[in-house]
Ligand binder design. Structure first.
Ligand code: ZN
Ligand code: ZN
Length: 394
């Protein structure tokens, strides 16, 4: 039941600007507002909850900066900020309130968590964001010197970056590798691998162990290990210093390369090896995945792993993934054939050595020399790509 509440003109203005997604107007209204921002409207909903429901990242940030309490909930359906953010379909807003300390396990009046509400309305990215989240403080163990040790597992200055890496949701090996680069962790691979192995172990020791997250940490540690191998391999070669620093590119090429049957066989077997090495073989998740690998009509291993950790997707045919890194809803497509999609130019560049052979309109026949195949040198690739990318379309 809606309650009679006497809102001041400024308070009404704040709700009004939020409902219209008018960020500048909200800013002006907030500058006029001198008391607490934790008031409610007739449905006992706070401005922060409204902004979450609108999925407006800027408005949410402004309200948080003004001291809006993320855990405050008087809402008559017992919806938290996270329930509202989950319904908005904006994973970045879910992340904002999770980072601000909301408890994802709170139930609303119909006994649903925020992740369940998001699943109910098919906001899958929100479900994955909530389920993959852990508070940064959970990782402080790794940046603190433990008794009997002389140094912490991870240097304290990378806590923030490592946390961001761990809560990422896309599991494709290329995306994991690119995320390590994005979060400036490529220099810390051996330490990151140790931390991820320990995280797997600590997760399984908990009384309420989350097997899915334990498996995810094991998998991330595995991919980090594969990158370390790639780095060692390139160092052992008598290449120039420049190419030695490019072990990431070597790893990605290996992952994207197709075998004779047109499959990414490295991704297939490394994921299978990784799962088979999972130390907790009595878990339901381990047995379930192994059974799926063994099926006659088995999906690719990458898809089995993704579904096992992040859940079954609705409307699967409508989902488009980046051809390089598996990220969902990539924003760009190849301007020549319009058949493949990418996150950005970097993803397109990385995929070009494969895609050039099937792109509908090759730029120039002289470049499609069959003997070149995947052995094209770096300079040729960048020349071709710079031509081909000039008309990337959203
Ligand atoms: Zn991508
Ligand atoms: Zn193309």
């Amino acid at each position: 039941m809606a309650k009679e509440v006497a809102l001041t003109e400024t308070q009404k203005e704040i709700f009004d600007k939020i409902s219209k997604n008018d960020v500048d107007g909200l800013k002006a209204a907030l500058s006029q507002h001198k008391t607490t921002i934790n008031f409610v409207d007739e449905n006992e909903t706070t401005p922060l909850q409204h902004a979450c429901y609108k999925g407006n990242k800027e408005a949410v940030q402004m309200l948080l900066d003004m001291g809006a309490e993320v855990t405050l909930s008087k809402h008559n359906g017992n919806y938290t900020c996270l329930h509202f953010a989950a319904l908005s379909g904006k994973p970045e807003v879910c992340l904002q309130v999770l980072e601000a300390g909301i408890d994802p396990n709170v139930l609303n009046v119909v006994n649903r968590t925020a992740a369940q509400m998001a699943a109910f309305v098919n906001n899958h990215a929100c479900v994955a964001t909530i389920n993959n989240f852990i508070p940064k403080s959970n990782l402080e163990y790794f940046t603190t010197v433990q008794t009997g040790q002389t140094e912490s597992i991870l240097p304290p200055e990378i806590l923030e970056k490592f946390h961001k890496f761990v809560i990422e949701i896309t599991l494709h090996p290329v995306r994991v590798a690119l995320n390590l680069q994005k979060h400036s962790l490529l220099k810390y691979l051996p330490k990151a691998r140790v931390a991820l192995q320990k995280m797997t172990e600590l997760e399984m020791k908990k009384s309420d162990a989350n097997e899915l997250m334990a498996l995810k940490y094991h998998y991330l540690g595995w991919i980090v290990g594969e990158l370390i191998k790639s780095e060692e391999h390139i160092k052992s070669r008598k290449d120039s210093e420049e190419s030695k620093s490019n072990f990431l590119e070597l790893f990605i090429k290996r992952a994207l390369k197709l075998d004779k049957t047109g499959k990414q066989d490295y991704i297939e077997w490394t994921i299978k090896d990784c799962i088979r090495e999972f130390p907790y073989r009595e878990t339901a998740i381990f047995r379930q995945i192994i059974a799926m690998f063994d099926r006659k009509d088995a999906e690719p291993a990458e898809s089995i792993l993704r579904t096992a950790i992040n859940g079954q997707r609705g409307f699967i045919n409508e989902i488009v993934n980046c051809s390089t890194c598996g990220e969902e809803k990539p924003g760009k497509k190849c301007s020549k054939c319009k058949e493949v999609q990418y996150c950005d130019r970097e993803c397109q560049r990385l995929h070009w050595f494969v895609h050039k052979k099937m792109c509908a309109r090759p730029i120039s026949t002289s470049n499609s020399n069959s003997s070149a195949k995947t052995q094209l040198n770096q300079q040729e690739i960048s020349e071709e790509v710079s031509m081909h990318l000039s008309s990337l379309q959203v």
